[in-house]
Design a protein around this ligand. Structure first.
Ligand code: C2E
Ligand code: MG
Ligand code: MG
Ligand code: MG
Length: 287
């Protein structure tokens, strides 16, 4: 983007933009070594059943403990990793760690009353287009010794908009094996709802913007109608609905009444270390 001479001259005139570009460049070049040095770590955020409050699993969210900049969130480095292709080995690492974690939770909890815990892992569009995806996933599940139903892959709606069959094929194969596929950030991508039938997804993750509309009680009637409609459509297509960004009890209650299945958000727990999920699942098993 800033490759032309004109672009460089422009950046020098804006020291802040220049500093940002330098940081971006610095972070990009530091990424491969960071993976080798083990500077990435994963936080897990519980997914809670809205009907009975039980913990059903967690979403894996990657962070980078940068030696100079401290903890960096994924929004700071995932786009850079996608740009350089490092997202493929990084994403594989996240999946491997997360699936092992899921095995450990399953060992410690058995099947519980609400079924075995599951791990959700985000997949970037670059990983989706990478030819090794299916085999890598199969290998990771085998090495961890868990069944495919331990894993749910989250793909954003925007990544699948207009996706041709070549892009959907690996997802279909994974879905046929028993891996769940979730459509992440649903409702932000203006996708054709009829298109949903074509996608091998079993979960819709309703974007945080909908949850924000539920902050007042009662919520805006139009917001309620929209969510109600999406839930009805999803359920009629046999899709489960997860809501993200639930920050208050009022939101949780309205989303439950609207028929959403599971929820995720600060109201239940912030993303945290794996033992935290274990404690939450235990607390919930013992009442
Ligand atoms: P996402 O998949 O939509 O994940 C949900 C984001 O919402 C997370 O941000 C989470 O920390 C945040 N969140 C959860 N509950 C609440 C809440 O109640 N209120 C608010 N305001 N936010 C909440 P995070 O961890 O910064 O991740 C941002 C995005 O980075 C993720 O969005 C996902 O798209 C991407 N990402 C994270 N980990 C990975 C990864 O391993 N691979 C790839 N490709 N992308 C990842
Ligand atoms: Mg996600
Ligand atoms: Mg999301
Ligand atoms: Mg999101």
């Amino acid at each position: 983007r800033a490759k032309s001479a004109g672009g460089n001259r422009f950046e020098l005139a804006d020291p802040e933009a220049d500093a940002r570009a330098i940081t971006r460049h610095g972070l990009t070049t530091a990424l491969p070594a960071a993976l080798d040095r083990g500077e990435f770590f994963i936080e897990y955020q519980p997914l809670v059943h809205l009907g009975d409050g039980s913990v059903r699993g967690a979403e894996a969210l990657v962070r980078w403990l940068h030696p100079q900049h401290g903890v960096l969130g994924p929004d700071r480095f995932i786009p850079l990793a996608e740009h350089t292709g490092l997202i493929v080995p990084l994403g594989r690492w996240v999946m491997e760690q997360s699936v092992r974690q899921a095995r450990e939770w399953r060992e410690r909890h058995g099947d519980g009353s609400s079924g075995p815990l599951r791990i959700n892992v985000n997949l970037s569009p670059c990983q989706l287009g990478h030819p090794g995806l299916v085999q890598d996933t199969v290998d990771i599940l085998e090495r961890a010794g868990v069944t495919p139903d331990a894993l749910c892959l989250e793909v954003t709606e925007s990544a699948l908009i207009g996706a041709d069959d070549d892009l959907l094929k690996p997802l279909r194969r994974l879905a046929d094996m028993g891996v769940d596929i979730a459509l992440d950030d649903f409702g932000t991508g203006y996708s054709n709802l009829a298109n949903l039938r074509r996608l091998p997804v079993s979960v819709l993750k309703l974007d945080r913007s909908f949850t924000q509309g539920m902050q007042q009680f009662p919520a805006d009637p139009v917001d309620l109608k929209i969510v109600e409609g999406i839930v009805a459509l999803a359920h009629s297509l046999d899709l489960a609905v997860t809501v993200e960004g639930v920050e208050t009890g009022a939101q949780a209650e309205q989303l439950r009444i609207l028929g959403c299945d599971t929820a995720q958000g600060w109201y239940y727990a912030r993303p945290g270390p794996p033992d935290r999920l274990h404690e939450l699942a235990l607390a919930d098993a013992t009442g």
